[in-house]
Design a protein around this ligand. Sequence first.
Ligand code: UDP
Length: 241
Amino acid sequence: MTRPAYKRILLKLSGEVLMGEGGLAIDPAVTARVAGEIADAKAQGFELCIVVGGGNIFRGLAAAAKGFERATADYMGMLATVMNALAVQNALEQIGIDTRVQSAIPMASVCEPFIRRRAERHLEKGRVVIFAAGVGSPFFTTDSGAALRAAEMKCDALFKGTSVDGVYNADPKKVPGAVRYDRVSYSTVLADDLKVMDASAIALCRDSNIPIVVFNIREQGNLAKVLAGEGVATVVHSQES
Ligand code: UDP
């Protein structure tokens, strides 16, 4: 499959992407492998923004279901994303990739606060910018954070790295014969409640006309492939074809 060439992209990594087999929330070897994939993508000449989730450490909704007050639990989840951002930064720096972490919740001793124009300058200088703490408010997810940053930073596309190879018409792990889309419209995703990202993230991408490319990041070398317009992925777009 060939896809349009993009210059600036936002890569959304779920927290679970950093987890290893042994149950470590942040597995150094796995994180190093992900960093290697990002370095390969960088070498292709893309300007790269990254948003990391926190689900490998703490999810607000799950904690709220067990009795936590929701807003507090969500703030804890956002702090988890900062830990993941630092882990990704560390792994990237170890292989010589210049990075900055910007957090939606200011924490001056740890990383920069989110400042759009400053992030812009980092990208111009060839740095990878990692955005942490989602949108900085409870009751949101890092998918919404990814869509928001992609829109603000004028990214050409949002690449969502998951553990499946695209968007299916039903859960492929539960429904035998579920069919994978090559392309699917934002409206179908919303109307059929397809599990891509949460509805507010999809709507934001639709309103800013940012295509969402869903692909399997666990497959070695796949990020570079899908960025080059090859490999298996689903593109969520404004028109179906
Ligand atoms: N979170 C939040 N606001 C945001 C982003 C994240 O409250 O803007 C909290 C929320 O509790 C969420 C947790 O941080 O469950 C971890 O983020 P997410 O579930 O999106 O991580 P992922 O599933 O991508 O690993």
